[in-house]
Design a protein around this ligand. Structure first.
Ligand code: FEO
Length: 395
C-alpha cells in the first residue's frame, strides 16, 4: 500500500497502484500493471475526493484517507466500477459526504452501486464548486468512453482531473510521467483499446479543452502528466485522420501455406518502403495489436480456411478491429484453403463498420506457387500506389 503523494498545496494523489494486475477487461494484457488514481483537494472550508478506486483496492484508498477526518464531496467523473467501486465504503466512513456528478452518472451509480438519491448533488457543464480558496469546475466530456463521462478542473491549480481520458495502464511508484518510450507505449495502448472508437468526439473535446489553461493532467490510470503539450499533441495526432505508412498484418497459418504468403508479402511491402506490423494470432498481444491500429493506413488479413470460413482467431482479431473503429483506409485479404472457401465475404462482413477501400483479395488452393508469390508482390505494389495517392507516402 502506498501513502498519499502531494501534487501541490492542498492537492494529493490518494489512489491505489496495482503492480500485479496482468489483464484488463478480460482482454488486454497489462505488461506494466495499472493504477486507480483518486485525488484529494483540500480547500480552507471544504474537502473533495475526486473519483475512487477499483473495489479490489479499496483498502489502499482508505489507508490514504486515514488522516482525513472530514470529507464533504466525492466527485464522480465516471460510473465504471474501477473508479466508482469504492464510493459506497467512502460514503460509509463519511456520513455527511455527497456524491457530486452529472444526472446521467447519478442514474448509473444508483443502479450499479445502490447509492441512495439523497446522497447526490447534480452538476452540469460549467458549474463550479467552491472549497475555500480552491474552485472545482465541471466539464462535460461524454463518450470518453461511457455516455456520462466528465472531467473536473481545479481553477487555481490548473489541474485537469480527466479520469480515463489521457490515462495509461502503467503501475509506477513515480507520481509523474516522462517521455520514455515505455510511457508513450502505455498511453498509446490505453488510447487504442479504450478511446479509439470515440476518436471523432474526442477530437471535439480536445479542441474545447484547448481553451483551458492546463498545467497538470491528472488521469485515473497511470502517472500524472506535467508535460501537457506532449500528451495533448500525441492524442491530437491519434484522433486526426492522418494515417501512417504502415500495414497491419494479422494472420494464422495451420499448415504453413498462409504463413509463406505472409512472409512473401512482408518482404515485398518492406521493399516497397512500407512498415509492416505483423501479428501471429496464435500468440499475439491484443494491446499491441490495438495500438498498431491507431495510425496504420492499411490492414491485410491472412487466414487459412477453417471449415468454410476464416480461422476463429482471425474472426476474433477482425471483430476487434471493427469494434475499435481505427482510421484504416485500405484493406486486403489473403489466404489458403483446402477444398473451398467463403472467408473473403465473411471477413468483409465482420469489417462492415469501417469505410475500407479494398485491394483485390487473393485466395489460393493449397501451397503458394511461383505465380502466387509474384501476385503477392503485385499486392504490395498496389498498396504503395494507394498510400502515395492518399498522401501517406511520398512518391
Ligand atoms: Fe478506467 Fe472506464 O474505467
Amino acid at each position: 500500500m502506498l501513502n498519499s503523494k502531494r501534487i501541490m498545496d492542498g492537492v494529493f494523489w490518494v489512489g491505489a497502484v496495482d503492480f500485479s494486475r496482468r489483464l484488463f477487461d478480460a482482454l488486454v494484457p497489462l505488461p506494466d500493471g495499472t493504477s486507480y488514481n483518486a485525488y484529494l483537494v483540500k480547500g480552507s472550508e471544504k474537502t473533495a475526493l475526486i473519483d475512487t478506486v477499483d473495489p479490489a483496492m479499496t483498502s489502499s484508498l482508505m489507508h490514504c484517507l486515514d488522516d482525513v477526518p472530514t470529507l464533504d464531496y466525492i466527485i464522480a467523473n465516471h460510473a465504471e466500477q474501477d473508479h466508482s467501486g469504492a464510493i459506497p465504503e467512502v460514503l460509509c466512513k463519511y456520513k455527511n459526504a455527497k456524491v457530486v456528478t452529472n444526472e446521467k452518472c447519478k442514474t448509473l451509480l444508483m443502479s450499479h452501486l445502490s447509492i441512495e438519491a439523497d446522497r447526490f448533488i447534480v452538476v452540469k457543464d460549467g458549474d463550479t464548486l467552491p472549497l475555500g480558496g480552491k474552485t472545482l469546475e465541471f466539464i462535460s466530456t461524454p463518450w470518453v468512453h461511457w455516455p456520462e463521462t466528465m472531467c473536473t478542473y481545479l481553477q487555481e491549480g490548473k489541474v485537469l482531473f480527466s479520469c480515463d481520458l489521457f490515462g495509461s495502464h502503467l503501475a509506477s511508484a513515480e507520481l509523474y510521467s516522462s517521455r520514455e518510450e515505455r510511457v508513450y507505449d502505455a498511453i498509446k495502448r490505453y488510447y487504442a483499446e479504450v478511446m479509439m472508437p470515440f476518436r471523432k468526439i474526442i477530437r471535439k473535446h480536445l479542441t474545447m479543452l484547448g481553451d483551458f489553461d492546463i498545467e497538470y493532467i491528472a488521469p485515473s490510470h497511470g502517472p500524472v502528466h506535467k508535460d501537457v503539450s506532449f500528451v495533448m499533441e500525441t492524442h491530437r495526432k491519434w484522433v486526426s485522420d492522418e494515417a501512417a505508412n504502415t500495414v497491419v498484418l494479422p494472420y494464422v497459418s495451420m499448415h504453413g501455406s498462409t504463413e509463406r504468403m505472409v512472409d512473401r508479402l512482408t518482404e515485398s511491402l518492406s521493399e516497397e518502403g512500407i512498415k509492416v506490423e505483423r501479428f501471429d494470432l496464435t500468440v499475439y498481444d491484443t494491446g499491441r495489436y490495438a495500438a498498431s491500429l491507431v495510425d496504420a493506413a492499411t490492414i491485410v488479413i491472412a487466414s487459412p480456411c477453417f471449415l468454410t470460413g476464416a480461422h476463429p482467431l482471425v474472426v476474433s482479431a477482425v471483430f476487434l478491429a471493427n469494434a475499435l473503429k481505427p482510421k484504416l483506409k485500405f484493406a486486403s485479404i489473403i489466404g489458403s484453403y483446402g477444398w473451398g472457401s467463403r472467408m473473403v465475404p465473411q471477413i468483409k462482413g465482420f469489417l462492415s463498420g469501417l469505410k475500407l477501400d479494398y485491394i483485390e483479395p487473393m485466395e489460393i488452393k493449397g501451397e503458394p506457387g511461383r505465380g502466387d508469390l509474384t501476385a503477392l508482390d503485385a499486392i504490395a505494389v498496389e498498396i504503395r500506389k494507394r498510400h502515395i495517392e492518399a498522401g501517406v507516402l511520398e512518391g
